[in-house]
Design a protein around this ligand. Structure first.
Ligand SMILES: Nc1ncnc2c1ncn2[C@@H]1O[C@H](COP(=O)(O)OP(=O)(O)OP(=O)(O)O)[C@@H](O)[C@H]1O
Length: 643
C-alpha cells in the first residue's frame, strides 16, 4: 500500500554506493583491488584491502605512484599500517630517508585527502539525509494526520457500513424469507397451474367428448325425428293391432282360465289319486305284513312238518324193527309151536312175551296212527297255508300292478300338470308381453281435503273415448288441456286392491322365474309410499309390497304340494343422495351412528355389481331368510324405522 512505502525512508543512493551502512566482510574482499579513474568514486573499504598490513610503505608508494592523478581509497588497517610505517635504510642515509619521507608524506597526503573527501562526502550525505529525514518526517506527520483522518473517515465509513450491513442483513433475512415464501408460493402456483393444466386437458377432453356427443345427439335427434314420424305411423298401426290383440288377449285369458280350471280339476284328480294311492299303499303294506306273518307261519309249519316227518320216520323205523322182531318172534313161536312138546314153561313165557310184544306193537300202531293223523292235519294246514300264501302273493302282485298303474297315472298327471303349468306360464308371459314388458301406470291420488272435489274434478279429467278409456288422463291448466296416455290410469277412487290386481300378474311372473321390477315415481307427497307399502295394519289399505308377499307365500305353499320348494330371502335398501343405505342392517336397528356407517367407517361399501346372468348384487347388503308374511311385516317395520 502506498502508506507503507511512504513510511519507509528511502535509501540514499550515495549510502548505497559507498557502503556506509554496510560493513564489508574483509575475508571476502581480499585480493580484489579496484582503481578508479579521476572523478570516479571508489569504494573505500575495498581500495586498500589488497595491501598486506605488513606490506611496507615502499610497495604502497609504488602503488600510489602508479596511480598518478587518481583517487586512492584506504581502509582502516591500511591507514594504521601507514601511520606505523618506519623509515628503512642506513642511519645516516639521509637522502634515502628523505625520499622515503617524501614518499611517505605523499601517501599521507593522499590518505588525508581521501579522508577529507570522505568526510566531505559524509557531511554532504548527512545533510542530504537530514533533509530527506526532515521531508520524510514531515511527510510522515502529514501521512499520520492523513492516516488519522482516513482512520476516522474509515471508522465512520465502517460504522456506516456496519449499520448498512445490519440493515442489509435484516433486508437479506427478510428477502430470504420473502424468497422462501415466494418459492412456496411458486410451488403452490406451479401445482395449481399443473392441476389447472390437467383440469384444462380433461375439460378439453370432456369438451371434445361433449362435442362428439352433441354431434351424435344431433344425429340421434334427426334420426329420432325420422323415427318419431315412423313411430307415429307405426303407433297407428299398433293401435289397430292392439285392438286385435285385446280380442286375442280376451281369448287368451279365457284359454288361461280354462287351463286354470283344467289344472284345478287335474290337481283335484291328482289329490284323489294320491289319496287312493296312499290307501293302496297302506293296503299293500298290510298285505306285505300279513304275507310276512303267513310266510313265518308257513316256515314254522314247514319246520313242524319236518319234525313230524322225522318223528314219523323214526316211528316207522321203530315199527319196522318191531315188525321184524314180531316176525322173528312169530317165527320163533312157530318154531316153539313146532317144538311144543319140548317145554310148556317156555311156551307160556314166550306167549306172555308175545302178548307183551303185541301190546307194544298195538300201542305203537296206535301211536303211528295218531302221528299219521297229525301228519295229515299238518299237511292239510300246510296246504292251507300254501294256498293262503299263494292268495297273498297273487293279491300282492295285483297290488303291485295297481301301484305301478297308479304311479304311471300319477307321473302322467304330473307331466300333464307341468305341461299345463308351462303352457300357463307361456300364456301368462305372452299376455304380459302383449300388455307390454315395460308398462307405465298412472295413479291419481285423492285431493287433500281442503282442496275440495270441485277443484279436482275441474283440473283432472278421464277421457271416455274407446281408444283411451282407462288409459288416458287430461289435466287442465290455465284453461289449457294437457292430455297423457298410459298403459293404465287409476283414478283417485282406485283402491289398493284395484292397483294390486294389475300388479299381481307381475308377481306371478316373478314366481314363474322372470325378473320383475316395480317402482313408484312421483313428486313428494304424491303417494309413492302409500301405493308401495300403504298401511299394512289396515286390511284394505295394504300396499303392493305386503300384498305381493302374501301372494308369493300363498302360491309357494300351494305349489309345495306339487313338490316345489321355495326359499325366500329379502333385502331392503334405500338410495338417498346417491348413497346406498342398508335398511335391514343390525347397526341401524341398534340405533348406532348412521352417519359413521355411511362414511364408510363400518367398512361396508355397498358396491353394485352385475353378473353374467344379468343379476344385480349389492355387496355387504344384509340378506335375511323369510318364511312367512309375519316375518316380512316385522322386517318392513324395521326398514320403516331405519328410514
Ligand atoms: N291414493 C291415496 N289414497 C289415500 N291417501 C293417499 C293416497 N295417496 C297418498 N295418500 C296420502 O298422502 C300422503 C302422502 O303420501 P305418501 O307419503 O305416500 O307420499 P310419497 O310420494 O311417498 O312422499 P315422499 O316422496 O315425500 O316420501 C300420505 O298421508 C298418504 O296416506
Amino acid at each position: 500500500m502506498t502508506s507503507r512505502n511512504q513510511n519507509k525512508p528511502p535509501r540514499s543512493p550515495s549510502m548505497k554506493k559507498e557502503g556506509i551502512d554496510e560493513v564489508p566482510d574483509k575475508r571476502r574482499k581480499i585480493g580484489t583491488t579496484r582503481v578508479a579513474g579521476v572523478g570516479t568514486r571508489v569504494r573505500g573499504r575495498q581500495a586498500l584491502s589488497a595491501l598486506d598490513p605488513e606490506q611496507n610503505a615502499t610497495d604502497l608508494v609504488s602503488n600510489v605512484s602508479s596511480d598518478v592523478g587518481g583517487v586512492v581509497e584506504f581502509t582502516k588497517d591500511e591507514i594504521e599500517a601507514l601511520l606505523n610505517e618506519k623509515l628503512k635504510g642506513k642511519k645516516f642515509d639521509l637522502k634515502g630517508k628523505l625520499e622515503q619521507m617524501t614518499e611517505y608524506i605523499k601517501k599521507l597526503r593522499l590518505c588525508i585527502k581521501w579522508l577529507q573527501d570522505v568526510e566531505e562526502a559524509h557531511v554532504v550525505e548527512k545533510e542530504k539525509l537530514q533533509i530527506t529525514l526532515q521531508t520524510a518526517e514531515t511527510k510522515l506527520a502529514d501521512m499520520e494526520v492523513e492516516m488519522k483522518n482516513k482512520d476516522e473517515e474509515q471508522a465512520l465509513l465502517l460504522a456506516g457500513l456496519r449499520t448498512d450491513y445490519a440493515i442489509l442483513q435484516e433486508k437479506f433475512r427478510k428477502e430470504e424469507s420473502d424468497k422462501l415464501d415466494a418459492i412456496d408460493c411458486h410451488k403452490r402456483e406451479k401445482e395449481a397451474r399443473d392441476a389447472a393444466e390437467k383440469r384444462q386437458a380433461s375439460l378439453l377432453e370432456e369438451l371434445k367428448k361433449a362435442q362428439q356427443e352433441q354431434q351424435t345427439a344431433i344425429q340421434k335427434f334427426s334420426s329420432l325425428e325420422t323415427m318419431y314420424t315412423n313411430l307415429q305411423e307405426y303407433n297407428k298401426s299398433l293401435q289397430q293391432y292392439n285392438s286385435k290383440l285385446q280380442t286375442d288377449l280376451g281369448v287368451a285369458n279365457e284359454t288361461g282360465k280354462r287351463i286354470e280350471k283344467e289344472k284345478a280339476v287335474i290337481v283335484e284328480n291328482l289329490s284323489g289319486l294320491r289319496g287312493h294311492c296312499n290307501s293302496l299303499q297302506e293296503q299293500l303294506n298290510l298285505c306285505k305284513a300279513s304275507q310276512g306273518e303267513v310266510l313265518k307261519q308257513k316256515e314254522t309249519l314247514v319246520k313242524e312238518v319236518g319234525c313230524l316227518r322225522e318223528e314219523l320216520q323214526r316211528v316207522r323205523d321203530d315199527r319196522d324193527s318191531q315188525v321184524l322182531q314180531l316176525q322173528a318172534l312169530t317165527d320163533e313161536v312157530k318154531k316153539y309151536k313146532e317144538s311144543i312138546g319140548k317145554s310148556f314153561t317156555e311156551l307160556d313165557s314166550l306167549t306172555s312175551k308175545s302178548n307183551a310184544l303185541e301190546e307194544i306193537c298195538s300201542s305203537q300202531r296206535e301211536q303211528l296212527r295218531i302221528l299219521e293223523h297229525q301228519l295229515a292235519s299238518a299237511n292239510e294246514k300246510l296246504k292251507m297255508s300254501d294256498l293262503s300264501s299263494l292268495e297273498a302273493r297273487t293279491e300282492f302282485e295285483e297290488q303291485k300292478r295297481l301301484v305301478k298303474e297308479l304311479r304311471e297315472l300319477l307321473a302322467d298327471s304330473e307331466h300333464k300338470i307341468s305341461e299345463g303349468e308351462k303352457l300357463r306360464k307361456k300364456l301368462h308371459n305372452t299376455i304380459l308381453e302383449l300388455k307390454g314388458n315395460i308398462r307405465v301406470f298412472c295413479r291419481v291420488r285423492p285431493m287433500i281435503s281442503d282442496g275440495g272435489a270441485a277443484t279436482e274434478s275441474a283440473s283432472i279429467l278421464y277421457p271416455s273415448s274407446l281408444e283411451t278409456l282407462g288409459r288416458g288422463v287430461e289435466l287442465m291448466q290455465n284453461g289449457q288441456k294437457l292430455a297423457f296416455t298410459f298403459d293404465k290410469v287409476f283414478n283417485h277412487e282406485a283402491s289398493q286392491e284395484d292397483v294390486f290386481v294389475e300388479i299381481s300378474q307381475l308377481v306371478q311372473s316373478a314366481l314363474d322365474g322372470y325378473k320383475v321390477c316395480i317402482f313408484a315415481y312421483g313428486q313428494t307427497g304424491s303417494g309413492k309410499t302409500y301405493t308401495m307399502i300403504g298401511r299394512p295394519e289396515a286390511l284394505d289399505q295394504k300396499g303392493l309390497i305386503p300384498r305381493s308377499l302374501e301372494q308369493i307365500f300363498q302360491t309357494s305353499q300351494s305349489l309345495s304340494s306339487q313338490g316345489w320348494k321355495y326359499k325366500m330371502q329379502a333385502s331392503m335398501l334405500e338410495i338417498y343422495n346417491e348413497t346406498i343405505r342398508d335398511l335391514l342392517s343390525a347397526n341401524r336397528a341398534n340405533g348406532l351412528d348412521t352417519a359413521r356407517a355411511e362414511n364408510g367407517v363400518s367398512g361396508k361399501q355397498y358396491t353394485i355389481t352385475h353378473d353374467a346372468n344379468g343379476n344385480t348384487h349389492v355387496a355387504d347388503l344384509t340378506i335375511v331368510d323369510v318364511s312367512d308374511t309375519r316375518e316380512v311385516s316385522s322386517f318392513l317395520r324395521q326398514a320403516a324405522q331405519s328410514r
